[in-house]
Design a protein around this ligand. Structure first.
Ligand code: ZN
Length: 140
C-alpha cells in the first residue's frame, strides 16, 4: 500500500491509499479518482510541504537552496510529531469535536483531524477559526 497526497483543480488536498504506484495511473485513466470535496475528476498527485516552498519560488523568482528545504521539511516533521504527541486525533469527526470543545468551556482538549471546506466555512461563521498546517510524510 502506498499513500499519496492528492490535489484537485480547485486546490483541495486530501490523502488516498493505493495498492501500488501504478494503481493511481490506472484508476485515473478509468476516471475512478475524484476529489472528496468537489467530486472533480481532475486530480493530481501532490506533496503538501513543497507547495509552500513553490509559492515562495514564484514570489521571489529565486531558487531556494536544497539545504533549506530539507531543514524546512525537518521543522514540519517536528511540528507533526508535536501535534501527534499533544493532540488527540479525531479524524473526520473533527468539525463536531471542535464544536464540543469550543462550546464546553471546561474541556481544554487539543484535537486535530480533517474537515471539508464546507465544514471549515461553517465553523468560521460560528467564530471558530482553524489553523491548518502542512502535513509532511515521516522519514522512513
Ligand atoms: Zn476539489
Amino acid at each position: 500500500m502506498i499513500k499519496y497526497n492528492l490535489k484537485c483543480e480547485n486546490n483541495h488536498e486530501f490523502e488516498s491509499w493505493f495498492s501500488d504506484s501504478k494503481d493511481f495511473d490506472k484508476l485515473k485513466k478509468k476516471n475512478l479518482i475524484e476529489c472528496i470535496f468537489c467530486q472533480t475528476k481532475k486530480v493530481e498527485k501532490s506533496i503538501m510541504a513543497p507547495r509552500v516552498a513553490n509559492l515562495k519560488l514564484q514570489n521571489n523568482q529565486k531558487k531556494i537552496p536544497q539545504l533549506k528545504i530539507k531543514k524546512f521539511k525537518k521543522d514540519l516533521q517536528n511540528l507533526r510529531k508535536f501535534v501527534e504527541k499533544n493532540f488527540e486525533y479525531v479524524d473526520n469527526n473533527f468539525a463536531n469535536k471542535v464544536r464540543e470543545v469550543y462550546y464546553d468551556k471546561k474541556s481544554k482538549k487539543n484535537i486535530y483531524g480533517s474537515t471539508t471546506e464546507e465544514e471549515r466555512e461553517e465553523l468560521k461563521e460560528e467564530g471558530i477559526d482553524l489553523m491548518s498546517i502542512p502535513w509532511v510524510e515521516k522519514d522512513n
